[in-house]
Design a protein around this ligand. Structure first.
Ligand SMILES: NC(=O)c1ccc[n+]([C@@H]2O[C@H](COP(=O)([O-])OP(=O)(O)OC[C@H]3O[C@@H](n4cnc5c(N)ncnc54)[C@H](O)[C@@H]3O)[C@@H](O)[C@H]2O)c1
Length: 317
């Protein structure tokens, strides 16, 4: 099977692709390489914008995975106008040419941020998605564009991913667990903007397994799937970070609670993905932290701007 992965050189793609290669599938990547290329040697990478692809470029691929676009709130808010093009239109365009080129399945990296601010109720995919901020709105637009294209010849699996965390060869330190871990080591302190806010957390290796499950799902399977390893309050994540760093790295981390209002608060169930895709999350915040500690030497240069999407994005103008 031949799979094209747009945005495959990013944080998630750099962990997904080795797993997909291990399964024996052929992979090609289209990526602007904003954060470089840390993919295994031998992966064919086309340094190209999704908008410069034509139907012909997508012909011959069995499946297409979308992992591109602007991948967090600060990037989306830096230029909301560009965000709607990057996140809503590029997804729609890629799915459109994929379907016309005869691709059989399209897998979309959506986000739980589409749920916006909920009131401490466990959300499944039937609950209303309502976000009032550029990132969440655009991720929902991308999802709606691809989902409405599904039919018997074009399966669409749209993930709503929790905040991904853990080690990737293309590292990000702007995602909750990774950020707190870095702050604990760099400043001896973890800042907790609001301890009572809920976040679904997705270990990056669970994310990679979810993509493999989606690739291998029966052709008739289509739909929207929440994907998370578990739900945590921000205060709880900070406690786990302090415990791991204190015990395993011999520090005495301070917790600094701010009580800042957050515009996102949600917890989700991944039951549908477990039942229909056989998605089995095997990780939690503790094992994510173990993985970060194990790989620490590979991303110890905490000031590297590549680890913070918004820093790179601002230099691009
Ligand atoms: N990381 C998370 O916590 C998370 C959570 C939910 C959803 N998502 C979604 O998952 C996807 C991947 O996230 P990530 O953390 O790997 O992001 P990332 O920022 O590390 O990677 C995105 C990649 O896409 C490429 N890219 C961006 N626009 C492109 C374009 N127009 N054409 C070609 N390449 C382009 C960039 O060069 C980069 O390599 C994103 O769509 C994001 O919105 C991420």
């Amino acid at each position: 099977m031949k799979i094209l992965i747009a945005g495959g050189a990013g944080y998630i793609g750099s962990v997904v692709i080795p797993k997909v290669l291990d399964r024996g599938y052929e992979v090609e990547v289209v990526d602007l390489l904003w954060f470089g290329n840390n993919l295994p040697k031998g992966v064919k990478v086309h340094q190209k914008d999704i908008f410069d692809l034509t139907e012909k470029d997508v012909e011959g691929f069995d499946q297409v995975i979308f992992l591109a676009g602007l991948s967090n709130d600060p990037m989306a808010e830096f230029s909301p106008a560009k965000n709607f093009i990057a996140n809503a239109s590029s997804t729609a365009y890629l799915a459109y040419i994929s379907k016309r080129a005869g691709v059989k399945r399209f897998i979309y990296a959506g986000s739980c941020s589409v749920y916006g601010y909920t009131v401490n109720e466990l959300y499944d995919e039937t609950k209303p998605a309502s976000s009032n901020y550029p990132y969440g709105i655009s991720k929902l637009q991308g999802e709606q564009a691809v989902i409405q294209m599904q039919d018997e010849n074009f399966s669409v699996i749209a993930f709503r991913q929790g905040t991904v965390s853990g080690y990737s060869p293309r590292m990000r330190l702007d995602l909750i667990v990774n950020t707190m871990f870095k702050s604990a080591l760099m400043n001896g302190e973890v800042i907790i903007n609001n301890p009572s806010i809920w976040r679904p957390i997705l270990a990056i290796s669970d994310a990679a397994n979810a993509y493999v499950r989606a690739i291998e799902a029966a052709p008739a399977i289509s739909g929207i799937f929440n994907i998370a390893s578990g739900n945590y309050t921000v205060g709880e994540v900070a406690d786990y970070v302090k415990e791991a760093v204190d015990k395993k790295l011999g520090k005495n981390v301070k917790l600094n609670i701010k009580n800042v209002q957050d515009f996102r608060n949600y917890k989700v169930t991944s039951e549908k993905a477990m039942n229909m895709l056989s998605f089995k999350p095997a990780h939690n915040v503790e094992s994510i932290l173990e993985e970060l500690i194990f790989n620490l030497d590979k991303f110890k240069d905490f000031d590297n701007p590549n680890y913070y999407n918004i820093q790179v994005f601002k230099t691009m103008g």
